[in-house]
Design a protein around this ligand. Sequence first.
Ligand code: PLP
Length: 449
Amino acid sequence: MTDTVTETDAARTYRLDRAHVFHSWSAQARFAPMVVTRAEGSRVWDGDGREYLDFSSQLVFTNIGHQHPKVVAAVQRQAAQLCTIAPGTAVAPRSEAARLVAELAPEGMDKVFFTNGGADANEHAIRMARLHTGRVKVLSTYRSYHGGTHLAVNVTGDPRRWASDHGSAGTVHFFGPFLYRSPFHATTEAEECQRALEHLEQVIALEGPDTIAAIILESIPGTAGIMPPPPGYLAGVRELASRHGIVYIADEVMTGFGRTGTWWGLEHGDVVPDLITFAKGVNSGYVPLGGVVLNGPIAATFDDRVYPGGLTYSGHPLACAAAVATIETMHEERIVENAARLGREVLGPVLAELARTHPSVGEVRGTGVFWAVELVRDRASREPLAPYGGTSEVMNATVAACKAEGLLPFVNYNRIHVVPPLTISDQDARRGLEILDHALTVADAATTG
Ligand code: PLP
């Protein structure tokens, strides 16, 4: 008798993936990717047809949700019209996307350089800052992520930098504000703000103000912990940068395009940087796209001087058509306003309740649709449930409990981030939080406080 069992499509996808796909940030032999066959709105389906609520927005990029029909149609129309073209041309989707992004940026920031994603946006922003100032050093915070290419990973503060932290001439790290784990022994937001700014002022003085090209800062650090800076911090950074002729680069790759309940994260601090980098939410990742928004003086540096940089796919028509449709749809459907409301009325209050009832929750913090649940073994000592840069059995078990009930969370070390699409329904948001509530009992069992 012959074995006539045929391989399912999902099984074939998985087998070929394991045979041929080399994955990001993974030990290849130990990696077991989820097979995904379809996605819609805030839901994804795996190879066995199981449905999950996506509380991760994948890597925090599907702000508009999966398969939004207006964005899908725009990409289809553009594909039928003109799939691709060299970057040194003027084409409608690129021109329109640049206009829409510039319109959203603070006054005086009118030019957009398009890249393929966030890391190269930061690479180019730093190059622009260096050429504009004639200086080399770049300051960034320890608890940060700025991308996986060489310079971007060198300015990254988080542990993903460690393996590639060589040849990083000119990158200097400092402590940003983070009251829950204050490096300054502060006990109030105001104290944390003041001490963090004094620390940065010292770092600038000791590094030599005239050697520093840029400070690059996530407006709200994302993967490193979703830590909204205390009131006044971003304005203080702006003042220090201006005082010393340092370019202030706002990394809005994760915080941009509505994630925090405003179009840009920097609106919470009411500041105007010199350069803004973006990616992810600009078109919810339907086609890879990132970019840099330039202010007038930096743009003018390259009016008569050649900008020494470029990309084959800068301003790719399909990616830009997706951006145009995404931004227009976000305006029409008031998706950013919805993000703010979701944070205020659903995510914030329910997460505060979880913090009250679960001993494993040390703190919840965030805004809009951008929240971190900080898990600890002991609320008094604040010992994290997994070590910095690592994981633990109990974290894995907590995440497994989420998945078992059909929830895909975003996880980083000892934190679960609640970052669903900005379009998630209140009912789905509440359902996801209910699953998280159940899963946290697994974490509670490991607490010692
Ligand atoms: N900057 C920030 C704040 C990010 O969160 C990320 C990615 O997560 C990046 C830069 C890098 O973007 P990309 O992965 O598109 O290169």
